[in-house]
Design a protein around this ligand. Structure first.
Ligand code: NAI
Length: 343
């Protein structure tokens, strides 16, 4: 029996508590040895502690270095800064890992199985933006600066190559736009080529693809890809594209891996339009929990969980409404728990 693993649990906002409760129940039915420290963040942090990322939550993750997180609401335009971005910065979560695998067969994109590794801290998302006023138009010119560092490219690319090898993948595709953004994304491509030649040439194949061509190829023939590694903005867009190939946001998990911690979450947000209605699909967070089990070297439990999700969807035909079914969160969770217990 594995020892206890302390982990921070952030239920989050909107549908967060519903899907987190479902996930924790399933993990407990699996016998996963997590010892949860429940913490608050996002809107709940603001209402209960006056801070979207309270010190107690940061302290908990500093201690456990491991978290399962529900979605956190961020106001658009004004208001407080995204707690997700603050978490990435606080724990140097430089790699965002988003696997996309077809679970429900028979759709337009059967048997897709690929992973997007996105740089999470640099690029055009660093927030160096401003307007220049001309005459009476204060927004006459908009400017943004992107920053990619050699060290940032190196640690992300190394993570991607090592992950690809450790998980038995055959190819890493480096996605860039070095023909136009010659410095900003050229440094990423150049670092990849050097690293591959020096360290990975005999261990895994690498190819380089320009981002616009990559988007087209993903839609025409996603099966040609295996592990895609790219900079922040391109990774954000392409990982939503691949989530769309395999059934949408309700099926897309994500892991934020860094030097100081690892935080697992669904790719989707707090879905305020369906919050409290008991209809949310918990699969994205459940698949994130499977990634968390893999991260903690509990691969057998992760496999049991993934197979149970598969069986619930495809053999029991229990599906939530976003997948064309009629089940609510509770009914789906009950059916999944029965599969987990039988497995
Ligand atoms: P969203 O992902 O919350 O919702 C988009 C659409 O997908 C909605 O129609 C929603 O009902 C549906 N949906 C999402 N998850 C679902 C699920 N599990 N089951 C069934 N349907 C689901 O995106 P939106 O509305 O743009 O953002 C809402 C809030 O979430 C915002 O405050 C945003 O900042 C935040 N957000 C947080 C994220 C995080 O914490 N990682 C990620 C993305 C958004």
């Amino acid at each position: 029996m594995p020892h206890t693993i302390p982990a921070t649990l952030i239920p989050g906002d909107g549908i967060g508590p519903e899907i987190v409760d479902a996930t924790v129940s399933v993990l407990s039915a699996l016998g996963a040895p997590f010892e949860w420290d429940r913490c608050i963040a996002g809107l709940e942090g603001v209402t209960k502690a006056g801070d979207p990322l309270p010190d107690a939550t940061l302290d908990s993750i500093r201690r456990t270095r491991l978290a399962l997180k529900g979605p956190l609401e961020t106001p658009s335009g004004g208001g407080y800064r995204s707690s997700n971005v603050r978490l990435r910065e606080a724990f140097k979560l430089y790699a965002n890992l988003r696997p996309a695998r077809t679970i429900i067969p028979g759709g337009r994109f059967d048997k897709v199985d690929l992973v997007v590794v996105r740089e999470n801290l640099e690029g055009l998302y660093i927030g160096h933006e401003h307007y220049v006023q001309i005459d009476d138009d204060p927004h006459a010119v908009a400017m943004a600066t992107g920053i990619n560092t050699r060290q940032g490219c190196r640690r992300l690319l190394e993570f991607a190559f090592e992950h690809a090898i450790a998980t038995g993948r055959r190819k890493v595709t480096v996605v860039h736009k070095a023909n136009i953004m010659k410095a900003l994304t050229g440094i990423f491509l150049e670092t990849a080529q050097q690293m591959h030649a020096q360290k990975y040439r005999h261990r895994i194949a690498m190819e380089a693809v320009i981002v616009d061509a990559c988007a087209m190829k993903l839609v025409l023939n996603p099966w040609q890809f295996d592990v895609i590694v790219t900079t922040n903005l391109f990774g954000d867009i392409l990982s939503d594209l691949v989530a769309g190939l395999v059934g949408g946001l309700g099926m897309a998990p994500g892991a934020n891996i860094g030097a100081d911690a690892a935080i697992f979450e669904a790719v989707h947000g707090s879905a305020p339009d369906i919050a409290g209605k008991g209809v949310a699909n918990p699969i994205a967070l459940l698949l994130a929990a499977a990634m968390m089990l893999d991260h903690c070297r509990l691969g057998a439990m992760a496999t049991t969980l993934r197979e149970a999700i598969d069986a619930t969807l495809n053999q029991d035909n229990v599906r939530t409404t976003d997948l064309g079914g009629t089940a609510g969160t509770a009914e789906f969770t009950r059916a999944l728990m029965a599969r987990v217990k039988a497995g």
